[in-house]
Ligand binder design. Structure first.
Ligand code: GTP
Ligand code: MG
Length: 408
């Protein structure tokens, strides 16, 4: 983004709706938990005192359910249902039943059947072919391209309506997030919303404000799960003398999407494979038996040995290093418990060196054409460091490309 400034500025506007959706979904998840607790006093969290004040808070925050539904409609279909009348009709309690399940303990002997709730935020997914960016871009006004926005403009854009409604709920959102009963309730359910991607509840003062324009960091931290292949056209502009047009395809990583990649492999200069290292303790959403990192190793193996890619530049970004470090240091998770082949000391240096060795080993085993592999450790949320990495990546791609066509 640092070096494709114009494309980035043009995209910035579309992301305001994504960030609002992220925020609203976090609030609605918390109010889901809270309203079940209020409803079912028998299973209320230990030591949590929930009162009528909480009921009132839930009612006051009920418009956020309609905001969520309208924004999700906007992303899915490009139409935006009216928000205005909703304050009178929606009730958080009516939406709650869905959050409740029975969680069965692993030993399955049936003795430990404890009714509880599934504090899980189902991911919202958009399909790349619905053109959500162009939908949101339609009402873009010129001032967006400069990264500022007039706070006076009213409802030229449906997302302004969301902004207004959110502003009217701002104090309640803040009250919910700092409430002690709510905190205890979330802890009881082992729900750490602050650790999930797309978390903005600590930024309400800045984000829920008239005239808000997402910062680069906000956009990098935002979460919108995409399905299908997204195409980005970028002009990398590092001064007048150095402008390069790139077309970048972002292919979604989930298993059901992988068959769709093949057509893109036939005419490609480079593959940037982004492997999130922090997911060593997670399973695939699509198959709970498969460890996410093991899946990345497997996928990397498939990519490296693809005949279509035998002469393509390979770049491996080992990403989410900040989250990996947190899991090792703060959460004290042991890599060996999830990946038994790892036998070393459970610290950042040993773990990352080992992961690197595995990826490199897979590459070497499947490298008939003697390609060079560029590897980098990244934390995408550190936008400055990532920008420096991407400059290196760009240079490597160019060098390889021009060598390939005989210009170097
Ligand atoms: N802390 C941290 N968060 C990251 C990092 N990289 C990505 N994220 C967050 O992780 C979420 C997912 O990022 P994406 O780039 O959409 O990941 P993806 O692999 O394309 O995911 P799919 O679209 O589901 O295939 C976003 O909310 C990002 O902000 C990182 O290095 N560190
Ligand atoms: Mg993606």
């Amino acid at each position: 983004m640092q070096y494709a400034r114009q494309s980035w500025l043009e995209e910035r506007h579309s992301w305001r709706a994504v960030i609002y959706l992220n925020l609203v979904r976090s609030v609605n998840l918390i109010t889901d938990i809270l309203s079940v607790e209020l409803d079912e006093t028998s299973t209320a969290a230990d030591g949590v005192t929930l009162s009528d004040q909480h009921q009132i808070l839930l009612l006051r925050l009920s418009p956020l359910r309609r905001i969520q539904a309208s924004l999700e409609d906007l992303f899915a279909t490009g139409t935006f249902p009216a928000l205005r009348d909703d304050r009178r009709h929606s009730s958080p309690l009516s939406v709650m039943a869905a959050a409740r399940i029975i969680r069965v303990s692993d030993d399955m002997d049936g003795l430990d059947l404890k009714p509880t709730y599934a504090p899980v935020l189902q991911e919202f997914t958009v399909f790349s072919n619905c053109g959500w960016k162009s939908v949101l871009g339609k009402s873009r006004l010129p001032e967006f391209s400069t990264g500022t926005r007039s706070p006076k403009r009213r409802h030229a854009d449906p997302v302004d309506e969301v902004e207004d409604l959110l502003c009217s709920c701002k104090d309640d959102i803040k009250a919910l997030w700092r409430d002690l009963g709510v905190k205890r309730s979330l802890a009881y359910h082992h729900l750490r919303v602050e650790d999930s991607s797309g978390f903005f509840l600590n930024d309400v003062d800045r984000i829920v404000a008239r005239g808000y324009v997402p910062s680069d960091e906000d956009i990098v931290r935002a979460r919108l799960r995409t399905m299908g292949v997204q195409e980005y056209s970028l002009t990398l502009d590092r001064g007048e003398s150095s402008r390069t047009e790139w077309i970048m395809y972002d292919v979604a990583g989930c298993r059901t999407q992988r068959a769709a990649w093949v057509p893109y492999f036939t005419d490609v200069t480079a593959i940037i494979f982004v492997a999130p290292l922090s997911c060593f303790d997670e399973q695939l959403a699509e198959n709970h038996r498969v460890n996410r990192l093991q899946d990345s190793f497997q996928l990397w193996d498939t990519i490296c040995c693809s005949a279509l890619l035998a002469h393509v530049q390979m770049i491996l970004l080992m990403n989410k290093c900040d989250l990996l470090e947190k899991k090792l240091k703060k959460d004290k998770l042991r890599v060996h418990d999830y990946i038994p082949e790892f036998q070393g000391e459970n610290n950042m240096k040993t773990v990352t060196t080992w992961f690197h060795r595995v990826f490199r080993g897979i590459f070497k085993r499947n490298n008939p054409a003697d390609r060079h592999l560029y590897t980098h450790f990244t934390s995408a949320v550190d936008t400055r460091a990532t920008a420096r990495t991407l400059v290196g990546v760009q240079e490597a791609i160019m060098r390889n490309h021009f060598t390939g066509v005989g210009l170097v």
